[in-house]
Ligand binder design. Structure first.
Ligand code: IPE
Ligand code: IPE
Ligand code: MG
Ligand code: MG
Ligand code: MG
Length: 293
């Protein structure tokens, strides 16, 4: 299947399900749901949910039960972006092609909308009728670990604390693996759980997720200095303004691109160990890194 077509068709499904999971509500606190829908709908590449769907499908046909877990991941990711943009964090005014949530709504609403999407993601998993209780517990465990204090949040804390600091490569790798790699690996793990992967296959796919997750964040650092605001859909040069420690500040644009490409190749080699049709996942991984070089 053509990759662009695949991505478009999955985006339609994801958008539809997110729309159902976070409807407008006729309640006195309706502004919360309006704000959540502002950030969640109609924007974003949907990379993480697409990885979940593609992994589950690769493991065994059409897995309708992957869509709600995939959307739960996207909710957590969107919350992380809302908070990441706040004045007390990266202080960015533009996200997903429009003003950041705290620029379109009061700042308190942005904090609380992030909180809502975080908690709602778990609610949505718990109430998903298409999953067994055992699978729900495994998904919740992965989601809480990868987005929590030893995962995405750990990376975000160290990212803030490294502003203006000269840190070494292994510390930076830890930050990137945590703030971004953990959630991308979780997307693959979600696909493994829904698709009933064996432990051996899950382990290979996790390694693949770690490699492409790191490659993706390295390329995000590169795009901060090379992309246009229009194309990127978010503020550029934000890392420079905030004196962030990034792969670009540590090793420059070209070496960073080379490193991302090598990580991608490593990931692709890992996929080849699987006795499955890995062509779609391979092309998806390439699309995350190569067009961005
Ligand atoms: C942005 O993620 C934050 C990073 C981890 C680099 P994405 O580049 O996937 O953002 P959206 O979801 O497409 O907006
Ligand atoms: C953020 O990394 C990763 C998150 C957990 C949100 P960045 O701060 O580099 O993401 P962007 O560039 O603002 O999207
Ligand atoms: Mg940040
Ligand atoms: Mg940021
Ligand atoms: Mg960035």
């Amino acid at each position: 299947m053509d990759l662009a077509q695949y991505i478009i068709s999955k985006n339609v499904l994801i958008e539809k399900r997110l729309n159902e999971l976070v409807p407008e509500r006729d309640v006195p606190y309706r502004s919360l749901f309006t704000a959540a829908r502002y950030s969640l709908l109609g924007g974003g590449k949907r990379l993480r949910p697409i990885l979940t769907l593609a992994t589950a499908e690769m493991l065994g046909g059409n897995h309708d039960s992957a869509i709600t877990p995939a959307c739960a991941l996207e909710m957590i990711h969107t919350y992380s972006l809302i908070h990441d943009d706040l004045p007390c964090m990266d202080d960015d005014d533009f996200r997903r092609g429009k003003p950041s949530l705290h620029r379109a709504f009061p700042e308190g609403h942005a904090v609380l909308t992030g909180d809502f999407l975080l908690t709602h993601a778990f609610d949505v998993l718990v109430n998903d009728c298409s999953l067994s209780s055992e699978k729900k517990v495994r998904l919740i465990s992965i989601l809480s670990r990868s987005s929590g204090g030893d995962g995405m949040i750990a990376g975000q804390v160290m990212d803030l604390e490294s502003e203006g600091q000269l840190i070494d490569l292994s510390t930076l790798r830890f930050i990137h693996n945590s703030k971004t790699g953990a959630m991308i690996t979780a997307a693959i793990e979600f696909g493994c759980i829904v698709g009933d992967a064996t432990e051996k296959h899950s382990s290979i796919l996790r390694d693949f997720g770690r490699n492409i997750g790191l490659a993706f964040q390295i390329m995000d650092d590169v795009l901060d200095v090379t992309a246009s605001k229009q194309k990127h859909g978010k503020d550029i040069a934000s890392d420079v303004t905030n004196a962030k420690a990034t792969y670009v500040t540590l090793m420059g644009v070209e070496k960073s691109q080379e490193m991302a490409y090598n990580l991608l190749q490593e990931g692709v080699q890992q996929l080849k160990q699987l006795p499955l049709d890995v062509s779609l996942l391979t092309r998806l991984a390439e699309s995350l890194v190569i067009p961005r070089i």
